[in-house]
Write a new protein. Sequence first.
Length: 148
Amino acid sequence: MKPAEGSTVIGKSVIIRGELSGHEDLYIDGDVEGTVTLPDSRVTIGPNAQIRADVSASEVIIFGKLTGNIQSSGRVDLRQSAQVQGDILAGRLSIEESAILTGRVELKIAEAAKPSTPAAASPSAPIPAPAVAAPVPANASLFPQPKA
């Protein structure tokens, strides 16, 4: 696994305890314990990495081991060798075959894409009742054929 060009690299012999934060892509192949916060950047956790931290980034790609929660405004990608123990909150999630995930997953819709509620559009407007479909008889055909 080769880090993306322009990424800051934390090599496999490096051990960090504390808080990592910044505004550029980060490739971690060492040991990190604490928090990793890169709100506008990509974090790649390499195959040799041992991470015991909560990770918050725009995009997170995992090849190694992570114990902690992940929060991403974009995509979380668990590659074949990934082992994650913790919760994931993201816009999108990709899990390759053989990746291990122990925890909860919550996929969220981006704020700009959320539809506004009728009550938010006009506080005095009545909220329409939800539409209810009429019951379908048990012997009814799903695809009725026209009569000849």
